[in-house]
Design a protein around this ligand. Structure first.
Ligand code: ATP
Length: 352
């Protein structure tokens, strides 16, 4: 069952088409994320679902209720029964945590006993029991983020919308809050739609990812599918396959110019020209030019602890590799043979 259905949604800002005929559905329960670079239209879609922005055309259905159709909002923002967590906290500094969390419930005119009960339950859910009487100034960044979540879920919304909810937390807290968000989703069964430009956040959080670019959805699916089977070179690059080489067919085989053949296991396309992509972490290096793989020379080595990052000159191209730091560090200038783990080479036909 779908919690949200979006059909052929368009949002035009003057000459800018921020959302370009986007259709998707959000399954009930679970976390769907929109992943894409800045300006790809993800926030605009979220704002249209919320009712903070009126789309130009298309349809939006939340639950079984059409909220937008034929260029008109049918249900105003306050009647859409949504929780929202946006980047700026918007927590009242002069109110206690309990009053901040109670805010949405008060606005909705709920009885006092119910408010107290729900505030207590929400603070327990985000693991801040007993913090109700404190003031925002007495809390850390991570605790504040939990308060924002508690406030958004206190009135049991049908849908929770999150716009870069973890963006202003430091790396450690971000990871902790990722797990917390997922735990809260699993405990409540709530449907969440989040926006992020961070691929590892999207992979860690999501049941469904929508990869977006220039107002369109490039691919939608489970994190593992998107990561291992990106449909286009653009999606692959966005998910970390930053090494890109061009290949063309010579005597029936795809050859990378000035470097060597594409391995047999990756010769699946029949196109005459192709783009070959792979992640730095999928590179396998042999410390000498063994004749297997592509010959290269280390240009730059950077020891990062768990891994070593290499920049390798290969033909007239640069390749980045990340290999285990346990195997020592190869010297700059050392000759190497470059291989890519089977199945990790992503080959896309290119128009002639
Ligand atoms: P970011 O991660 O930077 O927030 P985004 O992917 O969420 O980016 P949007 O904020 O949805 O992207 O913006 C999509 C496009 O629409 C951008 O080109 C942006 O400049 C434009 N845009 C967004 N809001 C407005 C507005 N109110 N008026 C004019 N143009 C806008």
């Amino acid at each position: 069952m779908s919690r949200v259905e979006v059909g052929k949604l368009v949002k035009q800002f003057g000459a800018v088409r921020a959302v370009d005929e986007v259709s998707f559905d959000v399954p009930e329960g679970g976390i769907t994320t929109m992943l894409g670079p800045s300006g790809c239209g993800k926030t605009t879609i979220l704002r249209c679902i919320a009712g903070l922005e009126t789309a130009t055309s298309g349809d939006i259905v939340i639950g079984s209720r059409p909220v937008f159709s034929s260029g008109r909002d049918l249900v105003p923002v306050e009647a859409r029964n949504l929780g929202m967590v946006f980047q700026s906290y918007a927590i009242w500094p002069h109110m206690t945590i309990a009053h901040n969390v109670a805010y949405g419930l008060k606005v909705r005119g709920r009885p006092r006993e119910e408010i107290e009960k729900r505030v207590r339950a929400a603070l327990e859910l985000v693991r801040l029991p007993g913090y109700g009487e404190r003031y925002p100034g007495q809390l850390s960044g991570g605790q504040m983020q939990r308060v924002v979540l508690a406030r958004a879920i206190a009135y049991d919304p049908e849908l929770l919308l999150l716009d870069e909810p973890l963006a202003n937390l430091d790396a450690h807290l971000r990871e902790e809050m990722r797990q917390e968000l997922k735990r809260i989703q699993r405990e409540t069964g709530m449907t969440m739609v989040a926006v992020t430009h961070d691929q590892s956040e999207a992979l860690a959080l999501s049941d469904q990812i929508m990869v977006m670019s220039a107002g369109r959805v490039l691919q939608r699916g489970r994190p593992e599918d998107i990561f291992h089977r990106p449909r286009t070179a653009e999606v692959a690059r966005f998910l970390g396959a930053t090494n890109t080489l061009s290949a063309q067919r010579v005597d029936g085989r795809l050859m990378i110019e000035g470097i060597g053949a594409v391995p047999n296991h990756a010769q699946a396309t029949s196109a005459d020209r192709a783009q070959v992509l792979f992640r730095p972490s999928d590179v396998v290096l042999q410390p000498e030019n063994t004749g297997e793989g592509w010959p290269g020379r280390i240009v730059f080595a950077q020891f990062l602890g768990r891994e070593v990052q290499y920049l390798i000159r290969c033909g007239d191209r640069n390749i980045t590799a990340e290999v285990s730091g346990r195997d020592g560090v190869l010297e700059e200038g050392a000759p190497v043979s470059i291989g890519v783990r089977p199945g990790a080479l992503l080959v896309y036909p290119e128009a002639a």
